[in-house]
Each structure stands twice: as C-alpha cells, then as structure tokens.
Write a protein that binds this ligand. Structure first.
Ligand code: 6PG
Length: 249
C-alpha cells in the first residue's frame, strides 16, 4: 500500500493525474488498451479537469484509453446527480476520445438490475472474459471514500458488498437518494492499480480505520488487490488521524 500525503485537493489531484499519465506511458507504443474505471463524487472532479487540461491532452495517448465507470446512480445521463454527467462535463467534453472508448454505465433499461447485467456483459465483451470465473483486469481504478467507509456504491452491510458472483450489481438502500449500479469487490480487487483519493477533515476518522486498522466492516478496507497496487492520495486534513496515530520518527 502506498500512502501519499499532499497539501490540498489541488496537489492531490496533480499527483493523481501524474499517476494516470505514468501508467498510460507504456501504451503509447503498444497495441494494448489502457482500461480505467472512474468514480463519481466531488473529490475526483479536479483530477478529471487536469486530465483534460492542455498537458493531459498532449501527454496521454487518449486513443488507447478506454473509460469505464465504477458506479452510477440510476438516473438519466443529464440528471444533476449522474456520474456520467460529471465525467462528461469535467473530462470527456474536452478531449477527443473515440466514442467506442467510452463505456458508459447506461441507465435507460427498465430496472437497475437489468442495467447492471448489461454492463457486466459489456465488460465481459471488452475484456473477452466469457468465462465468469475469469475477472476483468483494469489498469487503474479511481475510487473515493464516504464517511461511512463506503467506496464505489458498496455500502456497509449491503448485499452488493458480499456479491462474489457478479461483476456489476444493482444497489437499493434506505437513505440513499437513487438506486445505484456498481462494480463489485472481485472486480475492484483484480485491478492492477487502485487509487483512492480523499480530502478534508470529514474523512479523517474513517481513513484511519481503513488505512491503519483495515476494519472489515468498512467496505473500503475490503479493497485490497492481491496482484495489484493500492495507492491512497490524501490531503493533510484527510490524513489528520493517520498522522496523529503514527509513531513519531
Ligand atoms: C459516487 C461514488 C462514491 C464516492 C464517495 C466519495 O458515485 O458518489 O463513487 O463512492 O466516491 O461517496 O464522494 P465525495 O468525493 O463526494 O466525497
């Protein structure tokens, strides 16, 4: 596990953009595709804007990049709460990515369950993993964390959290405004790189429980790619509790 502590959201986002770019380097001269999965939420907005900046547009081999979505709310893509809308407005509309490289979690089916099944089928098609026992392997997944320890749309105690059969699941939960569609833990844990980004003091308590104690009831603690790397890029406020509990040098 790599933990990087930066000054603020801007610095965290810059380091995250650098990791995205560094991992994309090897695809410049290869015929392989760079498969990434993006989350919604407030925190990654600045990262997406930096990826879409002049530097990102120049340095990243966008024609090799395939963008998937970690999770989505079951709302139309132009809804204010849509993750696709967020990714579109902060990243996609500023880069020229072939349409076939954008793998939107569609929400125009009759139920969130059917949408989840369709996205699973689309992932299997892309990764050519027609046998359910073979998991897709993303090069990079960007994840956030909620104060309750959720990540993606995997909430504490939800059935999607213990789903080991599906790649994508629908989530219905009291107290969340919209139904969700989310990639499941087996997919997250098969990624080559997981990058958690979190900022602000509100996240400090839960981050200490996730990073230092690996508390199993917190979904983010269950993200632990066996054959991959897990990076936590935090600002000083979010890392407050971790720093407080770390032994002084
Ligand atoms: C989403 C997410 C979710 C998010 C966390 C943190 O679609 O909202 O994928 O897991 O990353 O809730 O959200 P913030 O970045 O807004 O704090």
């Amino acid at each position: 596990m790599e933990i990087l502590i930066e000054r603020d959201l801007e610095a965290v986002s810059a380091k995250a953009a650098q990791l995205f770019w560094m991992l994309s380097e090897k695809y410049k001269r290869s015929s392989s595709r760079y498969a990434v999965a993006l989350s919604g939420g407030e925190t990654p907005k600045r990262l997406y804007q930096l990826l879409a900046s002049a530097r990102g547009r120049k340095d990243i081999p966008w024609n090799k990049v395939h963008i998937f979505m970690v999770d989505e709310r079951f709302v139309p893509p132009d809804h204010p709460d849509s993750n696709f809308r967020l990714i579109q407005e902060n990243l996609l509309q500023s880069i020229s990515l072939p349409v076939e490289n954008i793998h939107r979690m569609r929400t125009d089916c009759s139920s969130a369950n059917i949408c989840a099944k369709n996205y699973e089928a689309a992932m299997m098609e892309f990764f050519k993993t027609y046998d359910a026992a073979i998991l897709p392997r993303f090069d990079l997944m960007i994840l956030g964390i909620g104060e309750d320890g959720h990540t993606a749309s995997l909430f504490p105690g939800s059935s999607a959290l213990s789903d080991r059969e599906h790649l994508v699941a629908a989530v219905r939960k009291k107290n969340i405004r919209h139904q969700r569609i989310t990639m499941t833990l087996p997919v997250l844990n098969n990624a080559r790189n997981i990058l958690f980004i979190a900022t602000g003091e509100r996240k400090s308590f839960v981050l200490n429980k996730v990073v230092m104690n690996r508390q199993k009831r917190l979904p983010a603690s269950l993200v632990n790619p066996e054959n991959g790397k897990c990076h936590f890029f935090l600002d000083r406020d979010a890392a407050g509790e971790i720093l407080h509990h770390s032994p002084a040098e």
